[in-house]
Design a protein around this ligand. Structure first.
Ligand code: AMP
Length: 220
């Protein structure tokens, strides 16, 4: 399956993407994770992306589209993938459509995670992420780790993303409404969008998502 996950920052895309990708047996491709890996490895691409990310703005398409396509061309993505954080504007969606049709492939679904705006800010401000794996996500009040600052899953160090501050979150939400939401209409025109609520326990949202994708037989 080829799936795009879309939703505002704080909808739980990263968490759901990891579970869904595992259930569906396809790689989880997160452009945010790819940028963060490039920043920590101090690559040219990481240097180009950093200032945009710190401000909560989109990294320019020239950088982003090539990086996403390189990842989708890797062997493990030949049979499908789950895209998390890409595309994030209509130009990227058009580039993805062209890339896939060039490969004789197409998307199967666009899963839209809905969450109320006040909930988004609360979720993000308290979010803590494991340095070893960005799918290990905690929250200081909603999902605290057993030991403060330490990942329950692997013992890694928990940190707050530099772009998870309240001011940056507000900008990321504005960017989401202005740039990313229009891709939902782009994909509605192709009949690909399934919308689910992202509220509730992580496992409940995963089951809801699997059902929406017509794969409830494999839900966790
Ligand atoms: P995320 O981890 O998906 O929340 O992404 C973190 C940041 O990386 C975003 O706020 C953007 O600055 C940048 N980013 C991730 N994906 C994209 C994309 N498809 N286009 C442009 N910028 C992106």
């Amino acid at each position: 399956m080829r799936i795009v996950l879309v939703g505002p920052p704080g909808a739980g895309k990263g968490t759901q993407a990891a579970f869904l990708a595992e259930n569906l047996g396809i790689p989880h491709i997160s452009t945010g994770d790819l940028f963060r890996a490039n920043i920590s490895q101090k690559t040219e691409l990481g240097r180009a992306a950093k200032s945009y990310m710190d401000a909560g703005n989109l990294v320019p398409d020239e950088v982003t589209i090539g990086m996403a396509e390189d990842r989708m061309k890797q062997a493990d993505a030949a049979g499908g993938f789950l895209l998390d954080g890409f595309p994030r504007n209509v130009a990227q969606a058009q580039a993805l459509d062209a890339f896939l049709s060039g490969q004789g492939a197409a998307l199967d679904a666009v899963l839209d995670l809905e969450v109320p705006e006040d909930e988004v800010v609360k979720r993000i401000a308290g979010r803590r992420i494991c340095r070893n794996d960005s799918a290990h996500v905690f929250h200081v009040s909603y999902a605290p780790p057993a030991v403060e600052g330490v990942c329950d899953t692997c013992g890694g160090e928990l940190y707050q993303r530099g772009d998870d501050t309240e001011a940056t979150v507000r900008n990321r939400l504005d960017v989401y409404h202005r740039e990313t939401e229009p891709i939902i209409d782009h994909y509605k025109a192709q009949g690909l969008v399934v919308t689910i609520s992202a509220l509730g326990k992580v496992a409940e949202v995963t089951s809801r998502a699997m059902a929406a994708l017509g794969r409830d037989d494999q839900a966790a």
